[in-house]
Design a protein around this ligand. Structure first.
Ligand SMILES: NC(=O)c1ccc[n+]([C@@H]2O[C@H](COP(=O)([O-])OP(=O)(O)OC[C@H]3O[C@@H](n4cnc5c(N)ncnc54)[C@H](O)[C@@H]3O)[C@@H](O)[C@H]2O)c1
Ligand SMILES: [Fe+2]
Length: 382
């Protein structure tokens, strides 16, 4: 770390964490005079019992509720435009995102679009679009129902182009939620495969953030504790879930997203093209790629890998031991070791490598990654 430089660190979100915290939503809306919220969720969560109960409770408090849930599995720009039309046409005055990363990202992108009507991708962070996010945005509240992306505490939304499926990142500190209600009870019935895939996304955030090149001791501390919590709880959350394992996963996923303001890395850049090209779930794509990505990162990061190994309570404190741990963890939670098992074919690799090198995540990887490196990593994982 260079102590001659001025760094900026932000930890501003109010987080109401704990069993039952989501029940505070209604009173919060009433207290803040937000009686016409747009609730953004996905079509599956919209059908779940806890969601229906939440709506009933809100209506009981005389809150006018409008639900938008017409989202793609990997969300695209037109989802955001449709949701914004609903916001406008039904005169809403706040946005509540309830769901996994998809619902929360679309909710956040709607929050942006309400008062920023240029083409959505003009605000793409990779081309410096955040400078155009200058107007006020609606009051934004998030309620996560998966323990993975940590999007509830994020300031970015990942939305793909409808035609190319390339993921763009919309970023602005204005897009932070004003309050997060993080209630582990909402994740109790997450199916095992979703728990596994989203949990590995959270682990990838914590590990990649810990390794990312930006100097940020606060985030590194958070990331290591996030890794420890996931080590203690992910296998149980998948195989015999209880409140303890669900709670630890929920807070660890949130910590991963706080930590990755430091940056992500090669694994996310390997994963994003799989979602773009093959509609693979984001967490699953990270899960299969992370052991290979970490093998690639060991050289030059030996000390940091030792600290990860210590956090994971491994007998051998080395990068290789961390890689082995990741393969074993994947086996124990039902995630395959090979990309061919999730629909990737040799003929996809060139296109995947083109998309990966154009991705926004790898510039923060602790070491540079070339297109050839991406190709090699995909071939290795195939
Ligand atoms: N904004 C960010 O910082 C950030 C970071 C990482 C990933 N992402 C994005 O997040 C998305 C992935 O999010 P995700 O992994 O949470 O997946 P997701 O939102 O697609 O949810 C996974 C599945 O679980 C279902 N589900 C959600 N909650 C449930 C519950 N309580 N019970 C039963 N089923 C439930 C959903 O309907 C969905 O089918 C991707 O689009 C990715 O690009 C965003
Ligand atoms: Fe992720």
């Amino acid at each position: 770390m260079n102590f001659d430089t001025i760094y900026q660190y932000n930890f501003p979100t109010i987080i109401r964490f704990g069993q039952g915290s989501s029940k505070e939503l209604g009173d919060y809306l009433v207290k803040n005079d937000l009686l016409r919220p747009l609730i953004v969720t996905d079509p599956i969560v919209a059908q779940l019992d806890f969601f229906k109960k939440m709506l009933t409770e809100l209506k009981g408090k005389k809150i006018s509720v409008e639900v938008f849930s017409d989202l793609h599995k990997n969300p695209v720009k037109s989802d955001v435009y449709k949701g914004t039309d609903v916001y406008d046409n039904t005169s809403r005055n706040a946005v509540v995102g309830i769901g996994g990363g998809v619902a929360l990202d679309v909710a956040r992108a709607i929050v942006l679009r309400v008062n920023h009507r240029e083409d959505l991708f003009k605000y793409d962070d990779l081309i410096g679009g955040d400078v155009y996010v200058t107007n006020d945005v609606p009051h934004f509240i998030t309620i996560p129902t998966t323990a993975g992306t940590g999007s509830e505490v994020g300031r970015s939304a990942i939305i793909a182009d409808d035609d190319t499926h390339q993921k763009k990142i919309l970023f602005s500190p204005k897009l932070l939620a004003k309050v997060v209600f993080a209630d582990p009870m909402l994740t109790m019935d997450l199916p095992a495969p979703v728990t596994a895939a989203t949990g590995m996304d959270a682990l990838t955030h914590n590990i990649e953030a810990f390794l990312a090149k930006m100097p940020h001791p606060l985030c590194e501390g958070i990331a290591l504790e996030g890794i420890a919590l996931i080590h203690q709880s992910l296998e149980n959350a998948v195989n015999k879930p209880d409140l303890q394992s669900r709670s630890k996963m929920l807070i660890a996923s949130l910590m991963g997203a706080v930590a990755f303001q430091k940056g992500l890395g090669v694994v996310h850049s390997l994963a994003h093209p799989l979602s773009a090209l093959l509609d693979t779930h984001h967490g699953l794509a990270n899960a299969v790629n992370i052991p290979y990505g970490m093998q690639f990162n060991i050289k030059g990061c030996e000390d940091k890998f030792k600290r990860i190994a210590r956090t994971l309570e491994l007998k051998k404190e080395s990068g290789e031991a961390v890689v082995e741990y990741l393969f074993d963890l994947n086996s124990n939670i039902g995630i395959p070791h090979k990309l061919s098992r999730i629909g990737v074919k040799a003929e996809h690799i060139n296109t995947l490598a083109d998309l990966a090198i154009a991705d926004f995540a790898h510039p923060n990887n602790p070491k540079p990654v070339t297109r050839e490196d991406f190709k090699g990593l995909y071939e290795n994982a195939l």
